[in-house]
Design a protein around this ligand. Sequence first.
Ligand code: X8Z
Ligand code: ZN
Length: 609
Amino acid sequence: MTNASKLCFVLFLIFSLSACHDSSEISVSISNDEPTAEQAVEFVAVAEKNLSEVGQEAARISWVYSNFITEDTENLAAMARRKFTTIQVEMASQAARFKDVPNLDPDTKRKLGMLRSGITIPAPRDAAKTAEQSVIGTKLRGMYGKGEYCYADGECLDLGRLSDIIAESRDPDDLLEAWNGWREVSPPMKEMYSRQVELANEGASELGFSDLGTMWRSAYDMPPEDFPSELDRLWGEVKPLYDALHCHVRAKLGQQYGTDLVPPDGPIPAHLLGNMWAQDWSNIYPLVAPPETVSSYDLSAILKDKGFDAIDMVEAGEAFFSSLGFEELPDTFWERSLFVKPEDRDVVCHASAWDVDEKDDVRIKMCIKINAEDFNTVHHELGHNYYQRAYNQQSYLHRTSANDGFHEAVGDTIALSITPEYLQKIGYLENVPDASGDISLLMKRALEGIAFLPFGLLVDQWRWKVFAGEAGPTAYNDLWWELREKYQGVKAPNERPDDAFDPGAKYHVPGNTPYTRYFLARILQFQFHRSLCDISGNEGPVHRCSIYGSQPAGERLNAMLEMGRSKPWPEELEALTGQSTMDATAILDYFAPLKTWLDEQNQGRQCGW
Ligand code: X8Z
Ligand code: ZN
């Protein structure tokens, strides 16, 4: 199973299993003699067939649970998760038997590796422990989905409404209450989370990995011990740009809120950056914007003025992919997706994309708000769906992305093409801003993409240390803030309570979704964009390029998407970009004019924290 390489779009897969399979039915009979290469091929085929069947049932159960969180659906989801994990672990253990068989063909060898290491949350083979782990995993997800904070006047707000306050309010007290309020959801998760870590580590160890972190790092077509230095290399390349943005933003926040609250030489309090996790700063654009140019525009306002609803937003996304030559989404996508938060029940609102039948029953699940941020997220989710449909001819283990960062990067690549020229072409904008508006445009993009980079990195830096046993439950929160300060230069706005479990207030921690993929995606999306712009014949600056309507770009993108995971990711990257390594120069070149502007602004300021 390739869960480690799949993503929140297939989080559901770890939830279920059809009741009609038990591990004896899916084993290939092997004698006690040394297994042969032929048996390995046969084993992989049977494992793929069964995991695929089971996965499809899994998808349906998890879909219902995520769209309708009740005691009963939670129970069903936990049962399904237990059965599915059991099969995954069984397949992984059997795969280990074949790994040193002589004369294995490279593809089978690679698939055996995927079976062995591709479980996002392995369980110990002890049935009671598997059951315990499944209940914990399901409960944690539900606790996050149902989370809300009740104000003294009795009004209770969910994450969406609390996030609106963080995005819009400029009153530090209101910001602080919303920020703290959401973090009351997670302390009850801490004990369960730590037990989950114990169990998953035991499962990883039974499969031959030192801990779950090593298992996660094994999914990148390179030795797991080399992966962290690859991340350090990329982070080292982009850090100067992040530091310049941080310095400017901190100075502007100091002007807005006063230097008592925002000291000019220290980390920025995390509640002032316009996002619940300070991972995307676009909502504070008005506070940090370059002096207004006549040519600036506000996409959120445009969408609202045009009277857009959630479906209009998704249709706009589909139209973009259609312009590249991708087939329209099937009717079932429109019938079965969740676009709007239901009033009458608890759902998991965190946006996700689903591939229920591994063919064309693709869907998104999202509580869409009419603003620019969600316009981007719609494109992000659709990127997953188009990828899923493109690789549906591949065999089961190859029906995922080249590495998990690729899956996250596709829709984000398309979102870079939402330029003023594009908005004018489709009738959203009357006049295209001249070049004097470029710094504004780049600032908006940087508040989203550059601000995200250290957060994208640190979530798993935290988890890897936790999985490695370097921090136990009493040290979880301190380690979290140590890393947030180290990488992001942000700090908790107040002393954290003893029972705080702030990592649990981020979806991917209770949801157990690996996070490094989003860091990789930020690097890759600019590499993809640069290449697709070249292919589309763009001659201007890359930040003004939109590949909208370019069939050659669409064909080249599709050629990579269709490959799924059939080749090591460097080969697939090369097929699209001509480069076989992840390369931060694309993102740095894209933002070069902004970097020059930021350096000018920062003259005389003390940067760093
Ligand atoms: O979780 C997501 C997507 C679904 S795969 C909405 N993202 C990360 C997050 O929200 O934290 C996209 C950006 C990073
Ligand atoms: Zn995603």
